[in-house]
Design a protein around this ligand. Structure first.
Ligand code: C2E
Ligand code: MG
Ligand code: MG
Ligand code: MG
Length: 291
């Protein structure tokens, strides 16, 4: 924090310390030990195909079981992990754990589904990302087509770099999704340049999509645009039957949200697997359109 001034005087900048809350500093220290202390865990949130009702995948969502604070939200510690660079080892742990778990479900005889892993921006721009993904797939023996990597629009600012990285990832055979779609500021032109499999419509548009005319229009437009570009669409934050009906009427491909299941521990996924395969049918959706 010391900076040299003209005549050999030092000025100590304490702005950083004041700006950061004491709480964040404590969390930062604790986060260094979180991996080795086994305090990080993944929960999984199921995703369903809307027209077939099929259980198609899970999004892996990190949780920090802090010894004193209990469960800390990723909204709270992912930014700290980004800032400190800890996101690199944490991100690799997430990738490895999610792939190993997905493979374990397959080996237990469950129908193969995709696991979606959130990448942070620092992870996405790390030079050896493709190597890390390749190594994790080899180590866990998960077929690449069962891994989906979620990036956000904000990570795609450097278009050339993004195209290179995404093309190398696609070569491995993994899927690529754009998370929180519609909340970034990036140009839409990238949608035709990047090899993207799926757009995840941000939950802020899904909320009230059945009654708020603007949100309804945005959701319909995203779905139609994506389909014209041969990109699939999944809606996140589906909380009500009204959301589900609206999304089905407007031909959204897949859904994820509290209505169907909250993110849950891996053991519960395994237990509930048979129920999940029938869950969309329970809402009476697939029967009307099955042939
Ligand atoms: P996200 O990737 O957009 O994940 C969706 C978030 O919405 C999750 O919050 C999920 O629990 C929540 N959610 C799911 N369905 C519903 C719903 O119906 N209603 C509402 N209100 N919320 C719903 P969560 O688990 O707290 O994660 C927050 C964010 O933290 C994630 O947003 C993602 O950006 C980040 N994150 C989580 N896990 C990881 C990770 O392993 N690595 C990285 N880099 N980021 C992660
Ligand atoms: Mg996500
Ligand atoms: Mg999201
Ligand atoms: Mg996100």
């Amino acid at each position: 924090f010391a900076k040299k001034h003209g005549n050999n005087s030092y000025h100590f900048y304490t702005a950083d310390l004041n700006g950061k809350s004491r709480e964040n500093l404590e969390l930062e220290m604790d986060l260094y030990k979180a991996i080795e202390n086994d305090e990080l865990i993944l929960h999984y949130q199921p995703q369903f195909h809307l027209s077939t009702g099929e259980y198609i995948g899970n999004e892996a969502l990190i949780r920090w079981n802090h010894p004193k604070r209990g469960m800390v939200s990723p909204f709270h510690f992912i930014p700290i992990a980004e800032e400190t660079g800890l996101i690199i080892p944490i991100g690799e742990w997430v990738l490895k754990t999610a792939c190993a778990q997905n493979k374990a479900w397959q080996q237990a005889g469950l129908p193969p589904i995709v696991v979606s892993v959130n990448l942070s921006s620092r992870q996405f721009s790390q030079s050896n990302l493709v190597g890390v993904v390749e190594r994790v797939l080899a180590e866990t023996k998960l077929e690449a087509k069962y891994l989906d990597l979620e990036i956000t629009e904000s990570m795609t600012v450097d278009v050339k770099q993004t195209i290179n990285t995404l093309q190398a990832l696609k070569k491995l055979g993994v899927k690529i999704s754009i998370d929180d779609f519609g909340t970034g500021y990036s140009s839409l032109s990238y949608l035709k340049e990047f090899p993207i499999d799926c757009l995840k419509i941000d939950q802020s548009f899904i909320r009230d999509c059945h009654e708020d005319q603007s949100n309804a229009t945005i959701v319909k437009t995203i779905i139609s645009m994506a389909h014209h570009l041969n990109i699939q669409v999944i809606a996140e934050g589906v909380e009500t039957k009204e959301h589900l009906d609206f999304l089905q009427q407007n031909l959204c491909d897949a859904v994820q949200g509290y209505l169907l299941s909250k993110p849950i521990p891996a053991e519960n996924i395994e237990e509930q697997f048979p129920d999940f395969q029938k869950i969309i049918r329970r809402y009476g959706l697939t029967s009307e359109i099955s042939h």
